[in-house]
Design a protein around this ligand. Structure first.
Ligand SMILES: CC(C)(COP(=O)(O)OP(=O)(O)OC[C@H]1O[C@@H](n2cnc3c(N)ncnc32)[C@H](O)[C@@H]1OP(=O)(O)O)[C@@H](O)C(=O)NCCC(=O)NCCS
Length: 175
């Protein structure tokens, strides 16, 4: 583990509204963030697979293979009371270029800034190790991911068609 920190995130707006009916103050949730480098423990891979199955409609592919085989694979994690609620996975494609491959936040934890924090921690680590570019892709119509990507400095650099889907490609120069 290279990095860990805690950040108080406000509860999602709907939860605050519900809580305010019975509590005078909004609840706050403490999220712990950490960055892990390959090789990954089998127990962590199990947790990642379980959350990925919850987050994505389709079975999540070759998660273990990519994290074991692709160079300089990392996993930035978000935990709420020890429970994994978010992840951001990536790997290097050249000496100075990184692919931010897969990210997800548990549906119950969305809207509180976890995806943004995971991305910032990944990019901070990349800058520290001299990486100059990070790229990512998201399905066309994924407004949540497009919103976070564009707000955090990515620019659209293309698109690619795959069977049954079109993905938008994003690139960010790390300064
Ligand atoms: C995309 C995803 C990771 C976002 O996670 P999140 O923790 O809810 O995102 P954040 O709370 O950090 O949101 C960051 C910004 O995006 C905005 N946002 C979040 N969901 C949004 C939505 N559905 N539509 C529009 N904007 C949205 C937030 O409002 C916030 O912007 P703001 O600070 O200006 O308000 C999450 O929705 C998810 O896991 N989706 C399914 C998996 C997926 O699509 N992964 C990406 C492909 S690899």
């Amino acid at each position: 583990m290279l990095l860990s920190s805690e950040w108080q995130r406000p509860a999602p707006r709907a939860a605050i509204l519900r809580a305010n009916r019975t509590l005078p103050l909004p609840q706050r949730v403490t999220i712990a963030y950490s960055l892990h480098l390959a090789p990954f423990d089998a127990s962590l891979l199990l947790e990642l697979n379980e959350l990925a199955r919850t987050v994505f409609d389709e079975p999540t592919m070759d998660l273990e293979w990519r994290l074991a085989v692709m160079p300089q694979a990392t996993a930035v994690l978000a935990r709420d009371g020890g429970r994994l609620v978010g992840f951001k996975l990536g790997y290097a494609t050249t000496e100075t270029r990184y692919y931010s491959w897969l990210g997800g936040v548990h549906p119950a934890a969305r809207g509180g800034g976890i995806a943004r924090q995971l991305m910032r921690r990944q990019h901070r680590w990349l800058r520290e190790r001299g990486c100059s570019q990070v790229e990512t892709a998201a399905d066309q119509g994924n407004t949540a991911m497009a919103h976070v990507n564009l707000q955090e400095g990515f620019a659209v650099c293309g698109s690619r068609s795959m069977p049954g889907r079109v993905q938008v490609l994003y690139l960010k120069l790390l300064k």
